[in-house]
Design a protein around this ligand. Structure first.
Ligand code: FAD
Length: 488
């Protein structure tokens, strides 16, 4: 991509040779190795088609031992490696920047064990999130995380990015729900910490370092995670709201009145739903009678349907009476339930239908949350770049209100340096000024790494560099990403 030309290939990394290929052939069966350009294309380019590498080799090990042999060899020969799960990441972390070897976890996809009493699930890193959720549904359990990319993303990728998503409000982050990890370190050492214990205060909690490390410290090969019981009664409602103040009022009240059954509180603006209507099937059935500046999607999950229905009805009636919301619909069956969710979950896809998206995933104090979107719209308008025949199609805001996480997406028809300069570094400065985070849940990858200092002090960044050097002294794990380039 045009924007990453400042990065130069580190010449100290070895270039792939026939000897290397011969070694990998001795570890993996022929079906798990590819040098075919056609095969590699899907692995070299990210989901948004924004980041592109030129890897010449794809490896798909099916066991931890194979991963260990591969990494040991790469470390001994200083071959750079990029771990890849479902390749749904949004910061260019899972695709190579240059010719790094792609190590995909796609063939590591078995459930290792499930404890029906505690809910501890132990599985390979390449299991697809939705497959795991279906596996658990059959047993009355649920994955503690859910995201729009669930049909493709791997649990290892989720752990590596510390994915947040739609259930974080209810079940907390992976830093709490992951019970243990099995990780292959850069030098091939297998770190077996696949504990299923809820409580374990014996020494430094090493697994936490890998949660959110984006493949820069080692490869996650196994995950132990705590699955909650699946709620018997689930409701979803979509509300039309006239101002962002009222979105906040509805949220505040939901914590009082829905409290323990509240399982999601998502919001999106009119520009978001307009894009879904324009580009996706999900937008064909308008769920509400008229348009509104804001929409709120609320989900409740509990154990007693009558009790939940009563609570939700009372809550919604109160909102309508007090004119906090203007309109609302509660899903009456599973089809409607899925339809309402698919509007919210379809927003990222709808944004990318016309071309590149400038994506920002920000933690911002909720009271000033939407000011960010309005300020950005005003700036882009002032620069004269939004409109029919202009570069930018729409500026949309959506996200996880309950987590203070705004997704600011600038859907565009083409990439332009002029637009990028209007957005950055303004968006980061604005976020830093409000003591927010420049990456709530998508991570840093190659996209956000140069801006880390907007959210972390130099002392913290220095400590991160020391950890990286200790765990991956050769620097072979996912280079050029995560930490800003060191000034030489
Ligand atoms: P990849 O994209 O393959 O890789 C992501 C990073 O993890 C890379 O740096 C890669 O090197 C590293 N990695 C992957 N596997 C491993 C491993 N086994 N060991 C070590 N490192 C590894 N994210 C959210 O947090 N919340 C959301 O709500 C959300 N919604 C999304 C909706 C859509 C439509 C899309 C496309 C993406 C969304 N994302 C969301 C972003 C993305 O899905 C998550 O970041 C996801 O966790 C990535 O998983 P993956 O398997 O696709 O990883």
């Amino acid at each position: 991509s045009e924007r990453y030309t400042y990065l130069k290939r580190d010449p100290s990394f070895k270039k792939l040779s026939q000897e290397d290929i011969d070694f990998f052939n001795s570890v993996l069966p022929p079906s798990a190795i590819s040098q075919d350009e056609g095969d590699l294309e899907a692995y070299n380019v990210d989901w948004m088609q924004k980041f592109r590498g030129q890897s010449k080799l794809l490896l798909k090990p099916s066991s931890t031992e194979q991963v260990s042999k591969i990494l040991k060899y790469c470390n001994d020969h200083k071959l750079a490696v990029v771990p890849q799960g479902g390749n749904t990441g949004l910061v260019g972390g899972g695709v190579p920047v240059f010719d790094e070897i792609i190590l995909s976890t796609a063939n590591m996809n078995s459930v290792r064990s499930f404890d029906e009493v505690s809910g501890a699930l132990v599985c390979d890193a390449g299991c697809i999130l939705e497959v795991l959720d279906n596996y658990l549904a059959e047993r009355g359990y649920i994955m503690p995380l859910d995201l729009g990319a669930k049909g493709s993303c791997h649990i290892g990728g989720n752990v590596a990015t510390n994915a947040g998503g739609l259930r974080l409000l209810r079940y907390g982050s992976l830093h709490g729900t992951v019970l243990g990890l099995e990780v292959v370190m850069a030098d091939g050492t297998i770190l077996d910490n696949l504990s299923t214990l809820r409580k374990d205060n014996t020494g430094y909690d090493l697994k936490q370092l890998f949660i959110g490390s984006e493949g820069t410290l080692g490869i996650v090969t196994g995950v132990s995670i705590m699955a909650p019981k699946r709620s018997k009664a689930v409701n979803v409602a979509l509300l039309g709201v006239s101002s962002f103040e009222q979105v906040q009022a509805a949220y505040k009240r939901s914590r009082d009145e829905l409290s323990e059954i509240l399982s999601a509180f998502e919001f999106f603006d009119e520009a978001s739903i307009n894009l879904v209507k324009k580009h996706l099937v999900a937008g064909n059935n308008d769920p509400l009678e008229s348009s509104h500046p804001f929409y709120v999607l609320i989900e409740t999950s509990g154990s007693n349907k009558d009790h939940d229905d009563e609570k939700l009805t009372q809550y919604l009636e109160g909102l309508l009476t007090d004119e906090i919301v203007q309109d609302g619909v509660v899903a009456q069956d599973t089809t409607q339930f899925k339809n309402l969710w698919s509007i919210r979950e379809g927003i990222p896809e709808a944004c990318s239908k016309t071309g590149p998206v400038y994506k920002y995933d920000l933690s911002i104090p909720v009271p000033v949350f939407y000011d960010m979107v309005e300020d950005m719209r005003a700036r882009l308008n002032e620069a004269g770049v939004i409109g029919e025949d202009k570069d930018v199609e729409a500026v949309v805001g959506f996200g996880h209100i309950g987590d203070g996480n705004l997704h600011l997406n600038i859907a565009s028809k083409r990439y332009s340096d002029e637009v990028a300069k209007v957005i950055e570094p303004y968006v980061y400065e604005w976020t830093a000024k409000h003591a927010g985070s420049i990456s709530s849940e998508h991570g840093l990858g190659v996209f956000k790494s140069p801006y880390l200092h907007y959210s972390k002090s130099s002392t913290m960044i220095d400590m991160m560099r020391r950890i990286k050097k200790m765990m991956d002294p050769q620097g072979i794990m996912n280079p050029y990403k995560y930490l800003p380039e060191e000034k030489k």
